[in-house]
Ligand binder design. Structure first.
Ligand SMILES: [Zn+2]
Length: 163
């Protein structure tokens, strides 16, 4: 089954990237350690944290936990993808803001919510079922795609070193 994630404080950016590449990633910035471990074990989500003490405690309790040590989006996402064998596929993105599911719609359904120039330039739009956010692959998309590609390459490089 596809991994789902519970993301601890200081990893908000990683949570957004996981959503963009199609993973369910709930961000819990201010949660107490005990409630994080309880939620991860109850839901079967993988706990992601930068806190060594929490990572050790969670592992002792049998919670699947990854201590995220890298810096920057490419390194963190790449190392995580390598550790869990994740496929980084932006064709199944979730809402980067709230983790809701996105539904593909055509421009007539978002005509009142998208700037005219973007409506004319793009054919495909997505709407978040939870927060109502509207997305399209605008000029920022190239940069997003190249970050994902770099993380994917990094993850494969690390894999081959291990073999
Ligand atoms: Zn949303």
């Amino acid at each position: 089954m596809k991994h789902r994630f519970l993301v601890n404080s200081m990893l908000g950016s990683l949570a957004r990237w996981l959503r963009i590449v199609g993973y369910d990633a709930e961000y819990r910035r201010d949660a107490e350690d005990d409630s994080l471990m309880e939620e991860a074990s109850r839901t079967g989500k993988v706990l992601l944290t930068r806190d060594r003490v929490l990572a050790l405690r969670a592992k002792k309790r049998g919670v699947e936990t990854i201590l995220v040590e890298g810096e920057g989006d490419v390194e963190q996402l790449g190392a995580l993808a390598a550790a869990l064998g994740l496929e980084l596929d932006p064709s199944n993105s979730r809402c980067p803001k709230c983790n809701g599911s996105l539904t593909q719609v055509d421009r007539d359904q978002v005509r009142d919510r998208v700037p005219e120039a973007s409506l004319e330039a793009f054919d495909v739009f997505w709407v978040c079922g939870s927060c109502g956010g509207v997305y399209w692959r605008g000029s920022h998309w190239d940069q997003i795609a190249s970050t994902i590609e770099a993380a994917d390459k990094l993850s494969r490089g690390e894999n081959s070193k291990r073999l």
